[in-house]
Design a protein around this ligand. Structure first.
Ligand SMILES: Cc1cc2nc3c(=O)[nH]c(=O)nc-3n(C[C@H](O)[C@H](O)[C@H](O)COP(=O)(O)OP(=O)(O)OC[C@H]3O[C@@H](n4cnc5c(N)ncnc54)[C@H](O)[C@@H]3O)c2cc1C
Length: 412
């Protein structure tokens, strides 16, 4: 049953990129890409931005047109779910009964929406935003909705809220903590975005816990909060984060702890199985080597390239600098490095101007930089951090300090 080929489970940013990078690197064996969504691999970021807004069509979402897979001898199996792994026999079980042998197996199973255990969660009008199918449904709902409640003020909830407001809907965002994007950005960045959304007409309820979604004739009508308040809603978006898809790996006896556990080569304990992208917990150089699971296109694509290199005989540990972006109405947030765990944040530029950066430090060491509408800062931030260079808090705060020169400076 075993073969020399590479089988990839999950056909999104990570899975697609391994297949493409293997061919680019001259891999000549069989490449099979298995995806349980019934479409060609597509990009997720526009789902909550231009695609939701109706500015682009599906054609611009696709990673590549159909001919690419044929031309590059990538056997793409859409709408097919992998249901088990036989590690001893080196094969993957597919729903429907088929088995597929592998020389190497790449798990790129990503993550799925976290669903809160709320009464009423099954009502018509309760929506999610992760897949193309969910976005199609959400677009239709949004067109007909008047009152929108968003549960969770993370990136996706805020991006959706910006589009919904631009379409003239009443939008209220519920957030359990006291600030937006609190898991990932510094306080000044949170405050700036909350104010900008509020100015655009979004209402916020911080420290608010939804306890029930209520409806009539199966249709959502309002969201009830702890404390008894009821918020009118004909559309509720659940955006409280994701859960990594680690079940396939766990059932095969591989370690899973907030993601499929891999080493710095992105290999599981089984040398014939790698895990990459949103589903993988890897020792991150930029987080003191701690097990880290990231949800970002950069991470998925760079993980994929790293594994493809190993499979064509050019192994190297994964060291890429994490970076991320989000677009919320006219605001573009770009983050270089990982800023969680910071104990000092320093402003560069004036938030009142609508363009600034926040330099985040821990123990005086620069961890990461969040830039709002300052793409040049972001570009220099990536160079600085990737090279392990530092700028002091005083230098960061001084807008006349030459970041470009600091990023280009020779070390030692
Ligand atoms: C709406 C939205 C907006 C985003 N915006 C940004 C952004 O602006 N910037 C950014 O950096 N990141 C953004 N992200 C995050 C980014 O899209 C993810 O980090 C990226 O998609 C991760 O890719 P992945 O391939 O690891 O996993 P996923 O994209 O989750 O894909 C995994 C795929 O595997 C499939 N699968 C799972 N199990 C099986 C199985 N057993 N058999 C077959 N198939 C299986 C899943 O159905 C899915 O299609 C956004 C995400 C969303 C949802």
């Amino acid at each position: 049953m075993a073969s020399d080929g590479v089988v990839i489970v999950g056909a999104s940013h990570a899975g697609f990129q391994v297949a493409a990078s293997l061919r680019q690197a001259g891999f000549d064996g069989r490449v099979v890409l298995i995806g349980d969504e019934p479409v060609l691999p597509y990009q997720r970021p526009p789902l909550s931005k231009d695609y939701l807004d109706g500015k682009i069509g599906v054609d611009l979402l696709l990673m590549r047109p159909e001919a690419f897979y044929r031309d590059h001898r990538i056997d793409y199996l859409p709408g097919v779910r992998a249901t088990g792994i036989d590690r001893a026999g080196k094969s993957v079980q597919l729903a429907g009964g088929k088995r597929l042998g592998y020389g190497h197996l790449v798990l790129a199973t990503g993550a799925r929406n976290r669903v809160p255990p709320l009464p009423g969660i099954e009502l018509d009008g309760v929506c999610y935003l992760r897949t193309l199918a969910e976005t199609e449904a959400l677009r239709q709902r949004l067109a007909a909705a008047e009152h929108v409640v968003v549960i969770g003020a993370g990136f996706i909830g805020l991006e959706f809220a910006a589009v919904a407001r631009a379409h003239g809907k009443h939008v209220c965002i519920l957030e359990l903590t006291d600030r937006v994007m609190g898991r990932v950005v510094a306080v000044p960045t949170s405050l700036f975005f909350a104010e900008a959304h509020a100015r655009a007409g979004v209402a916020f309820r911080f420290g608010a816990q939804a306890v029930r979604i209520a409806g009539n004739n199966g249709r959502v009508e309002h969201v009830e909060l702890a404390g008894g308040d009821k918020l009118r809603a004909d559309l509720v978006l659940i955006s409280i984060g994701v859960v990594p898809n680690g079940e396939l790996a766990a059932a095969a006896g591989l370690a899973v702890a907030n993601g499929i556990v891999v080493d710095e080569m992105l290999s599981t304990a089984d040398p014939a199985i790698s895990a990459i992208g949103d589903c993988a917990a890897f020792p991150c150089r930029h987080a003191d080597g701690n097990p880290t699971r990231l949800e970002a296109v950069q991470n998925a694509a760079d993980h994929a390239r790293c594994v493809a290199d190993r499979l064509v005989g050019k192994p190297h540990p994964y060291t890429a600098l994490p970076w991320f972006w989000s677009e919320q109405g006219p605001l573009r947030l770009q983050i270089a490095g990982l800023t969680t765990g910071q104990d000092q944040s320093v402003l560069r530029g004036d938030p009142a101007s609508g363009a600034f950066s926040v330099f985040c430090y821990r123990g005086g060491e620069l961890l990461g930089i969040e830039s709002v509408n300052r793409p040049a800062d972001h570009a220099q931030a990536r160079r600085l951090l990737a090279a392990g260079r530092q700028v002091t808090p005083d230098q960061a705060a001084d807008d006349s300090f030459d970041l470009r020169a600091a990023a280009a400076a020779r070390v030692g």
